[in-house]
Write a protein that binds this ligand. Sequence first.
Ligand code: GLN
Length: 203
Amino acid sequence: MTTIGVLALQGAVREHLRAVKACGATGVEVKRKEQLAEIDGLILPGGESTTIRRLIDSYGFFDAIQAFGKQGKPIFGTCAGMILMATAIQGQNQPHLGLIDMEVARNAFGRQVASFEANLEINGIADDFKAVFIRAPYATKVGADVTILSTYHEQIVTVQQGNFLATAFHPELTDDNRMIGYFVEMVEHAIGTNSSFRETNKI
Ligand code: GLN
């Protein structure tokens, strides 16, 4: 059985576990870095990125998550998780984990429209995905190795770079599990249990 961990330091953990389970994989709350050895893929949930980063440091997760990613294991960052994965953050000197070659802007849709829903076309995944944005970031620049999977009003909101995936929205907050299902397929492909993983987004 494919096992997917959700970093459970702060944020929308339970909803991700529900969605992972609905996609036929086993979901595990990850609270200690040693648990990374027991999972095939990791979700960094939404929440508050500076808080999650502080907890990543205090629980000794920083090097362990980077090493997990360097081994080719899939990591999926949603909202605050996308910020954690970026190599640059507008207005800040230092990024966090620096896994995806992109610059992000935090709370980028403005405080007036802090939360909203939008129908997104996500390349190879869904043409009508109801995406929930909550004080969401977007990517302002991406490197040549990054595939843009969706935009909203021309802003980049879904990206993939090899075994790394990120969305500016919260895919776990509706019962449309196609986005998380895609990540589950990425993980299955990485461990060799899904040879028919769609060619277009092959990792
Ligand atoms: N605005 C938050 C941050 O900067 C992210 C919001 C979210 O994850 N829903 O960390």
